[in-house]
Design a protein around this ligand. Structure first.
Ligand SMILES: Nc1ncnc2c1ncn2[C@@H]1O[C@H](COP(=O)(O)OP(=O)(O)OP(=O)(O)O)[C@@H](O)[C@H]1O
Length: 441
């Protein structure tokens, strides 16, 4: 979780801002003066500092000089304090924001600051150390909405049903809910309901005692008991047999389990998160999935988007998997060529995040030089993206150029010098094109 330091002498505004950022998944520290902020900076790792310019003791610009990398600083200025904002940026602030601002505006600036930091980390990690990043910094609309829902539902004990295609990160989401819940000290136990034979499901869920059936050579703790005071993740829940659905429902109603072969009941305190990649509602209509169980599991449902529906996360995810693969394979690959990004952006990723992860790892393994080239990508990915490019062949030259410019700007976080470099044109030409195409940047 990223940590933000708010330095603001208006205590109620600081409190409001802090609550808003916490709801959006950040950890927050607050200081009301420069001296308090300095102390916090010494004691905590701060990813982003948001500071007011007008502070008691000394101002935000002086505080800026006491901050060192990798903390990014965003200065909050009053209306018409542009000169101060410019001074702040010259002295190393990442950006400034004029008060009053909309909550979404501050989120966008913080995300941009973190993104520019994560680019540095990716390079450092892939080049110099083997440390793996904790998780990628995702910025798509879909990822932000998902994060918001996770932070709302995690502190409750509601049963959550995760719905989404294979490889989209349902288990990762279930773990995040667990880790940000009050149950985080308890176990996270995952069962793949599609993988356990029907006749062993009871023993898997509820345990058994020695001798209760052929092959039961020892007492066995079931997943419910193992997840006591923690979270039980039921993957592919739609694959449970009708009989096992009845057993599961009974336990969820009574919160007690009986090991197979035993008569004594054991109380369990378990939160259930389940996942499905099929339409459970239609299974209910067809009568293959019990409606009462469906409602028990679905106190809150979350749709996990396909990778193509969160295209803005592709770059962060690919860079993240590059860093992880470098660490795993002890390699030093530094990035992807422009052609590879084009192929990645055009491809449909039917296997979603898992497929991207596998493609990047394989590419790292096959790469001889510093940069991943199309050469090391699987043929089907190149073919699919070529077909898409051919279909787009009807785009006019101007439309094509416009798209290229927008992609480059997005990829460089709207840094025009870097975008021009990427496009292999001069800054002046880029400015001319922005005016010519009336691009909002
Ligand atoms: N947000 C993420 N950040 C980093 N890695 C991720 C993220 N989401 C998914 N992954 C990776 O993608 C792979 C697939 O994720 P996961 O197993 O959670 O998907 P799933 O939807 O549960 O898949 P299935 O339906 O096939 O069980 C995993 O290796 C996981 O580590």
């Amino acid at each position: 979780m990223y940590k933000v330091l708010i330095v603001e002498d208006d205590v109620s505004f600081a409190r409001l801002l802090s609550k808003f950022l916490e709801r959006n998944g950040f950890m927050v520290e607050t200081g009301h003066t420069g001296i308090q902020a300095e102390k916090i900076l010494k004691e905590h790792h701060i990813d982003v500092m948001l500071t007011d310019v007008r502070l008691p003791e000394y101002d935000g610009i002086t505080l800026l000089s006491k901050v060192s990398a990798p903390t990014q600083v965003i200065v909050m200025t009053g209306y018409a304090e542009v000169a101060i904002a410019v001074k702040a940026i010259k002295q190393g602030a990442f950006d400034y924001i004029e008060k009053p601002f909309m909550p979404e505006q501050i989120l966008t600036v913080i995300q941009a600051a973190l993104k520019s930091n994560s680019a540095i980390n990716v390079q450092t990690n892939s080049g110099l150390s083997t440390g793996k990043p904790q998780r990628p910094f995702l910025v798509s609309e879909a990822a932000l909405v998902l994060e918001e829902y996770i932070s709302l539902v995690a502190p409750t004990d509601m049963s959550v049903l995760l719905i989404g295609p294979s490889g989209t990160g349902k288990e990762v989401t279930a773990k995040r809910i667990h880790e940000t819940s009050r149950r985080k000290k308890g176990a996270f136990v995952a069962i793949d309901c599609g993988a356990i034979p029907k006749e062993l499901a009871s023993s898997e869920f509820f345990g058994h005692i020695k001798g209760s059936f052929t092959g039961a050579i020892n007492d066995h703790i079931g997943s419910f008991e193992a997840a006591h005071e923690g979270t039980l993740f039921l993957d592919e829940v739609g694959n449970l047999s009708y009989g096992n659905q009845i057993h599961l429902l009974r336990v969820l109603q009574e919160r007690k389990v009986k090991r197979v072969g035993s008569t004594s009941e054991i109380s369990v305190d378990v939160r259930i998160i389940s996942a499905t990649n099929e339409d459970l509602k239609s299974a209910v209509e067809k009568g293959t999935f019990r409606e009462d169980l469906y409602h028990r599991l679905n106190e809150f449902s979350l749709q996990i988007p396909s990778l193509v529906d969160r295209q803005d996360d592709l770059e962060a995810l690919a860079n993240y998997f590059l860093t992880v693969a470098n660490a795993d394979l002890k390699r030093n690959v530094v990035g992807f060529s422009d052609e590879v990004w084009e192929i990645f952006n055009a491809y449909g990723w039917p296997g979603n995040i898992r497929e991207l992860q596998n493609v990047v790892k394989r590419a790292v393994l096959l790469t001889q030089g510093d940069v991943i080239l199309p050469l090391v990508l699987p043929k089907e990915i190149k073919q699919a993206s070529k077909a898409k490019a051919d279909r787009n062949g009807t785009l006019s030259k101007a439309e094509f150029e416009k798209e290229q410019i927008l992609t480059a700007l997005k990829r460089t976080n709207y840094n025009k010098s870097k975008a021009a470099k990427l496009l292999q044109i001069t800054r002046k030409t880029l400015y001319n094109r922005i005016i010519q195409y009336d691009l909002e940047v």
